[in-house]
Every structure is written in structure tokens, then in C-alpha cells.
Write a protein of this length. Structure first.
Length: 229
């Protein structure tokens, strides 16, 4: 299975803090509206069948469901999924969660989803290209897929690891491994090899003075791509 058990353990240990907006997951809460609105700029989620791969505690999946989509989130951290399910119950969100890999689900449900999202997950698996291929297989012809990850650049090492983990302490130390970061050219190659066509790319930046995240053309650190099958 395409999984790093140490990564699962790392996020499982923090699962109970997933929905605390002041916890280690504060950045995910802050960037979620930006991610969601960017997705909506490409596709009307109302009535769509959407899969969120590597959903964790469900921050993005739940907001997609609340936008009118028939949503499923998958992850391999049982603890994170329990937290996601509990929060959905608390707020009355209607969606389902499953503990299954993208590759396994692709065998079960090929071409069943209008939209597939995979955010901040590719840099945590041994073979990111395998996940991209599985996501492509899960998506219907004509469907839209969204991926986000971290660029492997000197700037991302400075900002995402030294800055975010050690200086600003926005994330727990050891959250990311620089060697697993993925250059945009590499991710675009993965998507092209999976039969997908790129239709958009955005960078995400953080201003440590204003403590505000924003979308722009700078893809040196965090970035998202949109592709179509």
C-alpha cells in the first residue's frame, strides 16, 4: 500500500485538535476558504459528486458538502476520520467518510466522481504519482481535479520548514520533509501521464506581519493546480 505509517501516526496523534482553530491546524482553517473559493471558480459544486482524498479531520470535505455537493472524504488515519465524523454530526453536515486508499477506491469506483480534490497530501506519501493516477481513474470524463502541495525550492525550505515549524511555530516540528516536496513541473508531469489537462495554477502566500494568507502567482512555496479529465 502507498502509505507511510509514520505520517499516519504523526497526524493521528494530533487528530483530537483538528477542529481547534488555534491549534497546530490553524493554517488549514485559515487557508480553507481560499481553497474552497478557488475550487468554486472552476466548478459549481451544487449537486456534484465530490471525493476529497486525504481528507484528515474533514475541514475541506465538510465545507464542500455544505456547498451542496454529495461528498465523500477518504483517509487512512482512523482517528482523524472519527474526529471528522463527530464534527459533521455536531454541525449537521451530510457527507460520508471511509478509511481506504485512493488506489483501492479507484478499483472499486472508477469514473464515479465529478470532482476530486487532494490537498496537502501528496508530500506525505511514498509515491505521489500513484495517488494522482488513482484520482484520475476515480474522476468521470470531463470532470475536474484539484491538487495542492509544497514546491521543492530554497524558498519553501525557508518558509515552510524553518519559518512555519521552527520560528513562527505555525506547524509542529517535523510536519514536513523537504525531500518529499514536489516541484510544479513534476506534479504537472504526473497529471499529464495520468491523462489530465492542466487548466489552472495558483500560489499561496503567508504574510507573517498581517498573519494573512492570500492567493497569487508566486508558486515558490504552496501551490494548487486544477486539471480536467
Amino acid at each position: 500500500m502507498n502509505v507511510d505509517q509514520s505520517e499516519i501516526a504523526k497526524f493521528s496523534a494530533l487528530a483530537h485538535r483538528w477542529w481547534d482553530p488555534h491549534s497546530e491546524f490553524k493554517p488549514l482553517h485559515a487557508i480553507n476558504p481560499l481553497r474552497l473559493n478557488w475550487i468554486k471558480s472552476f466548478v459549481d459544486l451544487q449537486g456534484k459528486k465530490v471525493l476529497d482524498v486525504g481528507c484528515g479531520g474533514g475541514i475541506l470535505a465538510e465545507s464542500i458538502a455544505q456547498s451542496g455537493a454529495n461528498t465523500c472524504g477518504i483517509d487512512l488515519s482512523e482517528k482523524a476520520l472519527k474526529v471528522a465524523e463527530l464534527h459533521a454530526l455536531e454541525v449537521g453536515a451530510t457527507l460520508k467518510y471511509r478509511s481506504i486508499s485512493a488506489e483501492a477506491l479507484a478499483e472499486e469506483e472508477p469514473e464515479q466522481y465529478d470532482v476530486v480534490t487532494c490537498m496537502e497530501m501528496l508530500e506525505h506519501v511514498p509515491d505521489p504519482a500513484s495517488v494522482v493516477r488513482a484520482c484520475a481513474k476515480l474522476c468521470k470524463p470531463g470532470g475536474t481535479l484539484f491538487f495542492s502541495t509544497l514546491n521543492r525550492s530554497p524558498k519553501s525550505y525557508l518558509f515552510a520548514i524553518i519559518g512555519a515549524e521552527y520560528i513562527l511555530r505555525l506547524l509542529p516540528k517535523g510536519t514536513h520533509e523537504y525531500a518529499k516536496f514536489i516541484k510544479p513541473s513534476e506534479l504537472v508531469t504526473f497529471t499529464r501521464q495520468a491523462g489530465l489537462e492542466m487548466i489552472g495554477m495558483k500560489g499561496m502566500s503567508y504574510n507573517p506581519i498581517t498573519q494573512v494568507y492570500s492567493l497569487g502567482d508566486d508558486v515558490d512555496v504552496n501551490y494548487m493546480i486544477a486539471v480536467r479529465k
